[in-house]
Design a protein around this ligand. Structure first.
Ligand code: ADP
Length: 197
């Protein structure tokens, strides 16, 4: 059993790589960004709360995303493993994930961190904004705010996972296939005791 966190700033390519890895290792791909966008599209109460926050480039409250993840774990008791994409994004979320996984007899096997420089992130997100239809990709100051929020609230998770030897750094520059290959090479050499939990 393997439970992976794909990590990195907005525009690092988490979603694309998560899709490839989930397929390759038969993992359930849980993207909190996607789940929230679905909630918004369906006009649920959660969606209504989330929309305005996402459009500003801020983070939705921890309790809310933790509940979404809990729900997904509850609904997939037979999963071979999970691939968390865009979660955790704060220290309380990381602690909540550890606690939730303990409850299910699981643990995070590794945090795969895609590293891309800020200039490149900005260029990618502005470019994506032309086609994604995502309101939070459409405006340069919102994009810059998301990167700022990442630096302040999310980047500290690197030391959280590094302390327990689970932080894996991946160069996020290259073709999609090259980066998938780098990620797979790391997954293949994860110690069995971490993979089997
Ligand atoms: P990206 O990583 O490109 O910003 P995501 O789809 O992961 O895209 O997230 C889009 C937005 O959804 C975030 O800017 C944030 O507002 C919200 N969001 C997603 N996941 C979380 C989370 N774990 N905690 C708080 N907010 C989140």
């Amino acid at each position: 059993m393997i439970n992976l966190v794909i990590f990195g700033p907005p525009g690092a390519g988490k979603g694309t790589q998560a899709t490839n890895l989930a397929k390759a290792y038969q993992l359930i791909h849980l993207s909190t960004g996607e789940i929230l966008r679905d909630e918004i599209a369906e006009g649920t109460e959660t969606g209504l709360i989330a929309k305005e926050i996402i459009d500003r480039g801020e983070l939705v409250p921890d309790d809310l995303v933790i509940e979404l993840i809990r729900h997904q774990l509850d609904n997939n008791p037979l999963a071979k493993g999970f691939l968390f994409d865009g979660f955790p994004r704060t220290l309380p979320q990381a602690e909540a994930l550890d606690n939730l996984l303990v409850h299910y007899g699981r643990s995070v096997s590794a945090m795969l961190s895609l590293e891309v420089e800020k200039e490149q992130l900005l260029a990618r997100l502005i470019n994506r904004g032309n086609s994604s239809g995502r309101s939070d990709d459409a405006n340069r100051s919102v994009i810059e705010n998301r990167i700022e929020v990442y630096n302040q609230k999310t980047a500290p998770l690197i030391s959280y996972y590094s302390k327990v030897g689970k932080y894996e750094r991946i160069n996020g520059i290259g073709t999609v296939q090259e980066i998938t290959d780098r990620l797979k090479a790391i997954i293949e050499r994860l110690p069995l005791n971490k993979r089997s939990h």
